[in-house]
Design a protein around this ligand. Structure first.
Ligand code: AGP
Length: 608
């Protein structure tokens, strides 16, 4: 995610802004910038690259005199990393400047309206719309102007704003994206996260949605959207810096698991328009969608596992044959393509060597390619014919969680769109699925709230040597990801098995006390898998079952049951994976392992 800082006080602002941004580097970014009021005008410096570039350009802030300013580290969502797309963004006469963290979901419509009013845009960002709207609605009263924007902008935002003719004030406003206010002895601060201000103060105010704050050198005034003053109480932070970067969570993986509801919403909501799905970046007409004869999904690791799930979803919803390939295999097997094939390349980093090579192999054969990628401007994002971004924000933990969850959402949206256009989904089915999709973020939150139960169960298996995950259909795909999560962060051998395959070999490995995790979310396969659970149970296995709420008969055979909230059977992976992520996480930390940086692993495998 982007990082925002702001300061107004007795001291030079630029060095404080640069220091604050350096404490937000963990959030991931591709460019940075600062703007400072120098007593007459607002000066700005911004550049692509690491903070070091900005520090050199500003001589650690020395070339930007002034005691009030705002700063930003950009994690690109709209528009690739570039100097022009970096924040802050000016209005046309440079009397207003803004930094933004979040996604303006209706920026295309707003941009068109501002262009019709004669505004010219110099960047590809959604944020620049805000700068021009502040200019258009500005009536000399910053608070009034900000409220006008709030009523017109849809999406998530944390904004830091300077108005040149209000030099003794800094403004900020929050909706959905995090924002804190720091009250210091030598000035006041805004920031996306606590680490940016801890060096100066431990007394912070957590902004709530649709709250506005006006900072002066020695005062803080909070308002609601009706411009009424609010009383807010500060929180005294006793975290150390390291804990603060994780938002108070012990590890990045735990933090990122808890970011899944927001990441799923950010990936979903901008593509839901008036009870329909609009995927502007797909680059395919309805005719072209109807002409698709085959889909390949190509990826590595967890991204590949989303493809295994998605095969059932595309084939079920859109009746398009799907082949799922490991990129490291696909790139060398000289694949044979028929006409009207779509190759979907899935990658969080957008830099995985095997996946990039697979993309190039498909393009070399003239096949249409679509990327599902999290890092904006990454190699796969740039080289695929079209790219559909997952807006999970930067993922720091090596074991993917929120990126995986948003990749699933991208697949669901595509499959539903294809099914609707090709007429294989009725309108009633489509609308029902839309309603189920919208519930997923909240349902993930609910499952995360039971994490202590999973932790208690996990602590019984710290000494396990072999664990089996079984399921059928989509449940088999979920088992693959659950097994990888456990393996890669706890170093316990585990294996995902199609439950129907047990009798063809694996069941010989089941012995007294062997843990078997059974996933039973598919109604049409439930009874079959239940009988597989009985098979392993009679051979001494200890069974953890993940199933839909109401399937209480599972308790007759399983030793520990996790129930999932009701959702469409195509979407159950998004819920079932939560307890399995938590299980792997708690086994790993129970063994005292480095859960965020497991041995031998890299976050992005950019070599073969
Ligand atoms: C999953 O937890 C791993 N981090 C790994 O399997 C990862 O999914 C795989 O390396 C693919 O990475 P990518 O999505 O960045 O291409």
């Amino acid at each position: 995610m982007c990082g925002i800082v702001g300061y107004i006080g007795e001291n030079q602002a630029a060095p404080i802004l640069l220091d604050g941004l350096s404490k937000l580097e963990y959030r991931g970014y591709d460019s940075a910038g600062v703007a400072v009021y120098d007593g007459e005008k607002i000066q700005m410096v911004k550049a692509t690259g690491r903070l070091k570039v900005l520090e050199e350009l500003t001589q650690d802030g020395a070339v930007l005199p002034g005691t009030s300013g705002i700063g930003h580290t950009r994690w690109a969502t709209h528009g690739s990393p570039s100097d022009a797309n970096a924040h802050p963004h000016f209005n046309k006469d440079q009397s207003i400047v803004v930094v933004h963290n979040g996604i303006i979901e209706n920026y295309v419509k707003l941009k068109k309206k501002m262009e019709s009013r004669g505004y010219q845009f110099v960047s590809e960002t959604d944020t620049e719309v805000i700068a021009h709207m502040l200019d258009y609605y500005y009536n000399g009263n910053p608070l009034d102007t900000i409220v006008k924007i709030m009523h017109r902008v849809e999406g998530s935002y944390a904004l830091g704003i300077l108005f040149r003719d209000h030099p003794d004030e800094v403004y900020a406003v929050r909706k959905d994206s995090p924002l804190i206010v720091g009250a210091g002895k030598e000035g006041n601060f805004i920031a996306s996260d606590v680490p940016a201000v801890l060096k100066y103060t431990r007394d912070v105010y957590f902004m709530e949605n649709e709250e506005i704050v006006k900072l002066t050198r020695d005062s803080l005034t909070f308002y609601n959207i009706d411009e009424e003053e609010l009383e807010k109480r500060p929180t005294h932070i006793d975290w150390d810096i390291n804990a603060a970067e994780k938002g108070g969570y012990e590890h990045f993986m735990l933090k990122e698991m808890h970011e899944q509801p927001g990441a799923v919403s950010d990936t979903l909501n901008p593509r839901l328009k008036e009870n329909d799905i609009v995927i502007e970046e797909l680059g395919m007409t309805d005719e072209e969608i109807r002409s698709i004869r085959k889909i390949y999904i190509v990826a590595c690791g967890s991204a590949y596992h989303t493809g295994v799930t998605a095969k059932y979803v595309y084939e079920g919803m859109a009746r398009i044959p799907v082949e799922v390939d490991l990129a490291s295999e696909f790139r060398y097997r000289n694949p044979i393509f028929e006409d009207n094939t779509l190759v979907i390349i899935v990658s969080q980093s957008g830099e995985t060597a095997d996946t990039l090579a697979a993309l190039r192999e498909a393009k070399a054969k003239g096949v249409r390619t679509l990327g599902i990628v999290n890092v904006v401007g990454s190699s796969i994002a740039r080289e695929a014919d079209n790219v559909m971004y997952t807006w999970a924000g930067p993922e720091i933990a090596v074991a993917t969680t929120k990126a995986y969850s948003t990749q699933l959402i991208a697949h669901y949206l595509l499959a539903m769109k294809f099914g609707k256009v090709r007429g294989t989904l009725s309108d009633a089915e489509f609308q029902g699925m839309l309603e189920d999709l919208k519930q997923i973020p909240e349902q993930i939150s609910l499952l995360l709230s039971h994490k202590e139960n999973v932790q208690r169960f996990a602590n019984r298996y710290l000494a396990a040597e072999h664990v089996f995950f079984i399921g059928r259909g989509i449940d088999y795909a979920i088992s693959m990801e659950g097994s990888l999560k456990l393996k890669e962060i706890s170093y316990i051998h585990s294996e995902a098995y199609a439950a129907g395959e047990l009798k063809h070999g694996t069941i010989s490995l089941i012995e007294e006390g062997r843990l078997v995790v059974a996933v039973l979310t598919q109604p049409s396969l439930y009874k079959k898998t239940l009988s597989n659970v009985q098979e392993v149970k009679t051979r001494g296995a200890f069974v953890m079952a993940v199933t839909n709420a109401g399937n209480t008969e599972v308790e007759k055979v399983a030793d520990y049951v996790i129930y999932l909230p009701e959702t469409n059977h195509y979407f159950t992976n998004s819920l079932a994976i939560i307890p399995l992520q938590l299980f792997g996480y708690y086994v790993s930390i129970g063994k005292g392992l480095d859960v965020d940086k497991p041995r031998n692993l890299a976050k992005s495998v950019t070599v073969e």
